[in-house]
Design a protein around this ligand. Structure first.
Ligand code: DQA
Length: 145
């Protein structure tokens, strides 16, 4: 059976292609998602892509992965840096390995982005490779699942 992956995209990630093009590039979220679907398919994975700008919705989505998904990839956007609630939600589903992803290199940017409050409950982090950060996260899950 193919492994079920949940990709969660947090606040403002629907605006990629329009927002801060110097940081996130000009390619739209839609075409990036098409690439991600293709990459997942190539690895024999069944992927659901979920985007929300709301903390509570992201938390409920993480909970819903329990017993229904094999792995989570999350780009929590700015919530990465201060949402203890999202951290606790990830800690609620330890049987579902979670990979933290960022398109930009958060360590090369503003000081407040250097800190991740979710990193400690994730399997690992990938940061700085644009849309390919998502592909690397798929490879990571492919390896550990
Ligand atoms: C981001 C980095 C965050 O600091 C920022 O708030 C985002 C996107 C990234 O993918 O590089 O919204 O997670």
């Amino acid at each position: 059976m193919s492994r079920k992956i949940l990709l969660i995209l947090g606040p403002n990630l629907n605006m990629v292609g329009l927002r801060e093009k110097n940081v996130y590039g000009e390619e739209t979220a839609e075409t990036i998602n098409e690439d991600i679907r293709r990459w997942a398919e190539e690895l024999g994975m069944d992927i659901e892509i979920y985007q929300s700008n709301c903390e509570g919705e992201i938390i409920s989505k993480i909970h819903s992965a329990l017993g229904t998904k094999d792995g989570i990839i999350i780009n929590a956007g700015a919530y990465t840096h201060y949402s203890y609630a999202i951290r606790d939600a990830i800690a609620c589903v330890p049987s579902v390995p979670t990979i933290e992803v960022h398109m930009s290199n958060v360590h090369a940017r503003d000081e407040f982005r250097h800190k991740t409050v979710i990193g400690g409950v994730c399997k690992g982090q990938i940061s700085g490779f644009g849309k390919f950060s998502y592909r690397l996260a798929l490879y990571a899950l492919n390896d550990i699942l």
